[in-house]
Design a protein around this ligand. Structure first.
Ligand code: NAD
Length: 500
């Protein structure tokens, strides 16, 4: 096989990378206290990339102690906000300067395409550090109205030591979503990346030190959920946890908090998001491209994936044909090839889980409109599947699949479309396609979910809050000014003023 010059270049970079292998605690890479390590794989080749410190409760203790010490010393928590801004802007620039290296590292650790990794790490991750850095010295408290004998100040203070527990599907982007507002607020942090994708967060911690972050403010403990993750959830000296991952594990974090120090827990969890095509929509290339991306972007390993595509019966055949034609051109393969649109699934176990859902769909009576069962033995690859004739009670219409599966549910009218869209315990995202803005806005208001995109599939951007209703989230939001709320405490200072 002949590789394109860029593909060769990215493979060369991959071959030359020095992979981080230790935890990052108190400003330095350190092995796990137990001396144990775990392997991290390249899911596109199933080869072992290297080993990483297997952090557990003892390492979380060390990281929390470093974070607490730094928080108390105040070099970050009590510094002038302009200083926090300068450091975060430098970090944004360092990420840009190292974008190719970080993107290749992310791609080989996760199976994500280099194109997506370059966009996430070259553009979005630095944008987050820049935007929240800029916000650091533009976030004001308030003065409450009082009589002349008092002055009432409402202050926002950094919440303290925060634990950030991350998923594997957008490893560095999710780290940035949480770290940027937490650091801008003045918190000290203990990050636990997902065990499948620990490398990019570890490298980021080193860049943050280079940018001028004091030691102890950003600690990264790689490890598994039941050990390192649980230790963060139950830690008596962590003030706040912000978690992104499955609804099942999010529920555990509520339990950990209730059984330890009652720390507030921000939850961003799973979804089963609908994409609704109303009777007046135009089935053009824009709509079809968005619909396919809504289901298959990042191999469908996306919390806001619009797997349930609810289509007015009058448009169903035209839509399905166009979707199948588009999916059939999808290039699945080497993630380091810039032409590739879908890399590999993150692990063999996840590949099998998604494949089981495809089999369940068939056995429950959904019709396969597109499938390509070609198997690539070299990694954990899975081609997209399109189902027709999905009904609202099928397992594939109810449970989060987290893989490249698109299911078409046809409905008789717009009222039924809304009814089916609402029929889920999740509430993260929805897309609505229509030419009628009145209908679009009625749908947007009636859908209980954190983000509704109209005539496109979009999660918004750094400026817009992202999070879930129902079992997709808590009241916490990532992104936007709202994300800062997760990482600050509100204090009232009531001053008595002697009469003149
Ligand atoms: P996961 O819940 O299995 O793991 C998430 C994190 O929790 C990992 O760091 C993991 O090690 C840790 N963890 C696992 N078990 C734990 C336990 N018993 N105690 C403490 N920590 C534990 O999720 P995942 O498979 O990494 O990610 C996929 C899920 O994340 C999907 O459900 C997806 O929808 C969701 N997600 C949500 C958003 C969002 O913003 N709402 C974004 C991305 C992913």
């Amino acid at each position: 096989m002949t590789l394109s010059p860029d593909t060769n270049r990215f493979h060369d970079i991959a071959g030359r990378l020095t992979l981080p292998s230790n935890a990052f605690i108190d400003g330095a890479y350190v092995p796990a206290r137990s001396g144990r390590v775990f392997e991290t794989l390249n899911p596109a080749t199933s080869a072992v990339l290297g080993t990483v410190a297997h952090g557990d409760a003892a390492d979380v203790d060390l990281a929390v102690a470093a974070a607490r010490r730094s928080f108390k010393e105040g070099a970050w928590s009590r510094c002038a906000p302009e200083h926090r801004k300068d450091v975060l802007l430098r970090l944004a620039q360092l990420v840009r300067d190292h974008a190719e290296e970080l993107a290749v590292l992310e791609s080989i650790d996760s199976g994500k395409t280099i194109t997506d990794c370059l966009a996430e790490i070259g553009e979005h991750v630095p944008t987050f550090f820049q935007w929240y850095g800029e916000l650091a010295d533009k976030s004001f408290g308030k003065v409450a109205p009082t009589g002349e004998d008092a002055l009432a100040l409402i202050l926002k203070e950094p919440a303290g030591v925060v634990g950030l527990v991350l998923p594997w599907n957008f490893p560095l982007l999710m780290a940035a979503w949480k770290l940027a507002p937490a650091l801008a607020s003045g918190c000290s942090t203990v990050v636990k990346p997902a065990e499948q994708t620990p490398l990019s967060s570890l490298r980021l911690a080193e860049l943050a030190m280079e940018a001028g972050l004091p030691a102890g403010v950003l600690n990264v403990v790689p490890g598994f959920g039941e050990t390192a993750g649980q230790a963060i959830g139950r830690h008596m000296d962590i003030d706040v946890v912000s978690f992104t991952g499955s609804t099942e594990v999010g529920a555990l974090f509520l339990r950990y908090a209730s059984e330890s120090n009652l720390k507030p827990v921000g939850l961003e969890m799973g979804g089963k998001s609908p994409l609704v095509i109303l009777d007046d929509a135009v089935i053009d290339d824009h709509l079809v491209t968005n619909a396919v991306n809504a289901a298959c972007w990042n191999g469908g390993q996306n919390c806001s994936a619009n797997m349930r595509q609810i289509v007015h019966a009058s448009l169903k055949d035209e839509f399905l044909q166009a979707v199948v034609e588009k999916v059939a051109t999808f290039k699945v393969g080497d993630p380091l090839d810039p032409e590739t649109q879908m890399g590999s699934m993150v692990t063999d176990e996840h590949l099998r889980r998604v494949s089981r859902y495809v089999e369940t769909g068939k056995s429950e009576g959904a019709r396969v409109a597109y499938a390509d069962e070609k198997v690539r033995p070299d990694g954990f690859f899975l081609n997209p599947t399109v189902f027709d004739g999905v009904t609202r009670n099928m397992t594939i219409a109810r449970e989060e699949i987290f893989g490249p599966v698109l299911g078409v549910i046809d409905v008789a009218d717009n009222a039924e479309a809304l009814d089916v869209a609402l029929d889920t315990p999740y509430g993260l995202h929805a897309s609505v396609f229509t030419r009628d803005m009145d209908k679009a806005m009625h749908f947007a208001r009636r859908l209980p979910c954190g983000t509704v995109s109209i005539n496109c599939f979009s999660e918004g951007d750094v400026k817009t809050p992202f999070g879930g209703y129902k079992q997709s989230g808590s009241l916490a939001r990532d992104n936007g000014v709202e994300a800062m709320d997760q990482y600050v405490q509100t204090k009232t200072v009531w001053v008595y003023l002697r009469p003149m």
